[in-house]
Design a protein around this ligand. Structure first.
Ligand code: MTE
Ligand code: MO
Length: 246
């Protein structure tokens, strides 16, 4: 099915193949070629990629320049809920369905994480600070039933969805986040509450999180159906990548 790029989509959210080297070359342009003076121009590809690899501690070589967030939305804007009106529903195959307010979340034990944020289209922000509640804490409180094997996440933008297996969701680096970059999550970054799945590409970290539903099997999320992104989104080990361990 053809994907319609919506008005809110930044140009590099177009789904499909991971960004190719030719695109990287185009983005870097002549400025980067200037960095590699002395190298054989016929070796242009390696020569231009070399400086990127040198500044990239993980050895990934297809990164877009600039370690800043691109703000993504698949609707024509950023939905808004104040901290006072925000509600998170945890339901589905659980013994105790719950609705939590923002202050309910803040009252629970909090976890801090510092990790890179990496979008599958090629940009990465190093060492982002996050704070929130372990998703596993909420799942324990709700009581996942034996038939519950996966999670289906919804956003109050009304369109974006995501998924995790139950085992992924119970990891200690998966949080329902209310702080990011040293303060409350801004509206455009998905505040007041978004998911943060540290070991996976950014598309798993659903913004404006409104519902966590326990289901009996993985239901592919928005980009997994609209953009053919991998359902398992491990950074460096999905979406056609199999990077050497670092
Ligand atoms: N609701 C919603 N969540 C979303 C997205 C989106 O478009 N809508 N984009 C995803 C993708 S592909 C990435 S890389 C990150 C981007 O987060 P940012 O907009 O805070 O930079 O959000 C993810 N979560
Ligand atoms: Mo992304």
């Amino acid at each position: 099915m053809a994907h319609n790029i919506r008005p809110g989509d930044p140009p590099d959210t177009q789904p499909g193949k991971p960004i190719g080297r030719r695109v990287v070359l185009g983005i870097l342009g002549l400025g980067a070629v200037g960095i590699v003076t002395g190298k054989n121009v016929q070796n242009g590809l390696e020569a231009v990629l070399a400086p990127i690899q040198r500044i990239d501690p993980t050895g990934l070589s297809d990164l877009l320049p600039g370690d800043y967030f691109r703000i993504y939305t698949v609707t024509d804007g950023y939905p808004y809920e104040s901290e006072g009106e925000y509600k998170l529903t945890v339901d589905g195959l659980v013994d105790r369905p719950m609705t939590l307010s923002y202050s309910d979340l803040l009252a629970l034990p909090s976890t801090k994480l510092v990790d890179d944020f990496q979008c599958v289209t090629g940009w990465r922000v190093p060492s982002v600070h996050w704070q929130g509640v372990l998703l596993s804490t909420l799942l324990d409180q709700a009581g996942v039933q034996p038939a519950g094997k996966a999670l289906h996440f919804e956003s109050f933008d009304g369109v974006y969805t995501e998924s995790l297996t139950l085992a992924e969701a119970q990891r200690p680096d998966v949080i329902v986040a209310y702080n990011m970059l040293g303060g409350p999550i801004s509206q455009e970054h998905g505040g007041p509450v978004r998911l943060y799945v540290a070991p996976m590409y950014g598309y798993k970290s659903i913004k404006w999180l409104s519902r966590v539903e326990v289901v009996d099997r993985v239901e592919p999320g928005y980009w997994e159906t609209e953009g053919n992104y991998s359902i398992e989104a491990w950074v460096g080990r999905s979406n056609g990548r199999n990077d050497p361990a670092t």
